[in-house]
Structures are given as structure tokens and as C-alpha cells.
Design a protein around this ligand. Structure first.
Ligand code: SF4
Ligand code: SF4
Length: 310
């Protein structure tokens, strides 16, 4: 495994100190009504428009915002939805490794992710894509099929490569955001403040992994399927007109749990842990297995690794 120089330390660089421009600066003299038109979010309330970037809020403002959101979700889904604000744990940078020799392409990870992260069922949004690859071609995106649908998996002559946000140490997606609505947090998780996102989709264009997804329509999430344990920067229900993506299940992993995709995988292909912990399984894999990074030549420096366990 090699990286281009200059290299970030294991786990990576600190997030930028500045937040970029403000959304209101970007929108110029627009009024709240104008902002609604610009963002495409037909539901942007005055309070939401006036809300600051999450990183600029005082403790009390965070509590007020969370209380407002919980009330809105209660009204919308008729049930209690908790919104946590758990910060990054000091001394932790999360890393992920996926064993390509074990993955059978069953897509259980995809569906567990949809349920856990309150993704829209209609229109359907999925943060994980599983690519079916030709064994003879190796990892060749041009020969990949993301829409395979055989009776049984794995299919003879193929292997499977799930792709989701790679939580890059040098994420091009955050650099292009004109309002600073997305950033890399201290534990290496790249997050989005959905209340600050203006839906311009520059980040989607910049991401070389196709990991970001835009809510073109009003997300449809049946009330009885809502996961009520949410995080402000993670799986809380999103509005129309914003971009979303995998956050390594921030609502779980910052509380010491595995991501939902790791738990569900029937083959044990998915490994997750703290890159700064020398005794962790993830470090063992990085130090002892044949590991590669997807599109390494782009120097995005993912904290997501692929390896061959056998
Ligand atoms: S659940 Fe595991 S085996 Fe199935 S597609 Fe996902 S990573 Fe592969
Ligand atoms: S995979 Fe894409 S969305 Fe995720 S951090 Fe890298 S550039 Fe950003």
C-alpha cells in the first residue's frame, strides 16, 4: 500500500479551520422565500433559514435546533425520534476494510444501511452500491455491473466490490462546497449539515466514487420504518433538495457500535475499527494483508481499504 507524498499521518489530516463562506453570503441578499426557490427545498422554514452552520452554533443553540427537529419529526411521523449530537471521540480515527475474497454480492449490507440510515424508500436512495466485476478483468470500473440481478450469488467468474463513501483524508467533496455545509470531522468521518446544504451538488460532481446522493424528490420514509435513534450529522430524516451519503453510521460508531453493514454481512467481509489503535483488527489488516485503495492515483487518501483475506 503506497500513498502519494506529502502524506497525512495514519487516519489523516485535521479538518480545515475555516468554514468557507456562509450560506447567506453565498445566497447574497436573498430572502427566506428566495432561499427556498434556490435550494429547491419547499419546506425550508424561517427558523431553518436563519439557523447558523452547525459548527458555529453555541451549545444552547444546538439544543434548540435539536428540540425543533425532534418536534418536527414527531409531527411528521407520529412517533418520538431522538436526534443525538455525539461528538468525535478523542484518539479515534475510524477506518474500514472490505475483504473482496469473501464478499458474495448478496447486498444485505445495502438494505441494512437503508433501514439504519432512514434512506428514502421512494424514490429509492442507497448509500452502498455493490459492483459485480469480471474476475478476468480485475478491478475495472468500466466492466462493472451495479445492476446485476441473478437468481443466485455469487455468480461464476465474478467477484463483488461494494462501494460507499470512502471517508477520504483529502476529500474533494468538501473543498468544492461553496457554503461549508460538508466537512471532515475529527474522527475522519465526512459529514453534511443538511440544514446548511443548498443543494448545488458541486460535492457530487467532485466525488470520484459516486458516493453522494441528492434528494430530488421529497424522501418517502414510512412512519413505521423510521429508525428513531438518529444523529444530527447522520441518519436523521433528510429534506428534499439536500445531498447525503454514508457516515460510517455515525449514530452507532460514536457510541462504540459497529456500522449496520458490518453487523449484517453474513460472510464477515466487512471490518471496522480505530486506525489509531495499534491492537485493532483494522490495523492488523493494514499491516498484514494485501491492501489497496480504490482510485488511489487520485490522491483522495480514503480511510476505506480493500483487501484479499485469502
Ligand atoms: S453483505 Fe457482505 S457479502 Fe453481502 S454484499 Fe455486502 S459485503 Fe458482500
Ligand atoms: S468518497 Fe466522495 S463523498 Fe466520501 S469523502 Fe471521498 S470524495 Fe467525499
Amino acid at each position: 500500500m503506497t500513498d502519494h507524498k506529502p502524506e497525512c499521518p495514519i487516519g489523516g489530516c485535521e479538518p480545515p479551520a475555516t468554514i468557507g463562506g456562509t450560506r447567506r453570503e453565498f445566497l447574497g441578499a436573498a430572502t427566506a422565500a428566495m432561499a427556498t426557490a434556490l435550494t429547491g427545498c419547499g419546506t425550508l422554514s424561517k427558523e431553518e433559514f436563519l439557523q447558523h452552520n452547525f459548527r458555529e452554533l453555541s451549545k444552547q443553540e444546538v439544543l434548540d435546533v435539536i428540540a425543533r427537529l425532534e418536534k418536527e419529526y414527531q409531527a411528521k411521523y407520529g412517533r418520538e425520534v431522538k436526534v443525538a449530537n455525539t461528538p468525535a471521540i478523542p484518539g479515534v480515527i475510524f477506518g474500514y476494510a472490505l475483504d473482496l475474497s469473501r464478499c458474495i454480492g448478496c447486498r444485505r449490507c445495502v438494505h441494512a444501511c437503508v433501514k439504519e440510515n432512514n434512506q428514502s424508500r421512494d424514490p429509492e436512495i442507497q448509500w452502498i452500491r455493490v459492483l459485480q466485476m469480471d474476475k478476468e478483468e480485475g478491478v475495472n470500473v468500466q466492466h462493472a455491473d451495479a445492476y446485476y440481478n441473478p437468481e443466485e450469488v455469487p455468480q461464476e467468474g465474478h467477484f463483488y466490490m461494494p462501494v460507499q463513501c470512502q471517508q477520504c483524508k483529502k476529500p474533494p467533496c468538501t473543498k468544492v462546497c461553496p457554503v461549508g455545509a460538508t466537512w471532515r470531522d475529527k474522527d475522519g468521518i465526512v459529514v453534511v449539515d443538511y440544514n446548511w446544504c443548498i443543494g448545488c451538488r458541486y460535492c457530487m460532481a467532485a466525488c470520484p466514487y459516486g458516493a453522494r446522493h441528492f434528494n430530488w424528490g421529497e424522501p418517502h420514509l414510512p412512519a413505521d420504518e423510521v429508525n428513531p435513534k438518529t444523529h444530527y450529522l447522520g441518519n436523521r430524516p433528510r429534506p428534499k433538495g439536500v445531498v447525503e451519503k454514508c457516515t460510517f453510521c455515525i449514530q452507532r460508531t460514536r457510541n462504540g457500535q459497529y456500522p449496520a453493514c458490518v453487523e449484517i454481512c453474513p460472510t464477515g467481509s466487512r471490518k471496522f475499527g480505530n486506525l489509531l489503535d495499534k491492537d485493532s483488527e483494522i490495523r492488523y489488516i493494514l499491516e498484514n494483508k494485501r491492501v489497496f485503495k480504490f482510485k488511489e492515483d487520485l490522491n483522495t487518501q480514503p480511510n476505506f481499504f480493500y483487501f484479499y483475506g485469502v
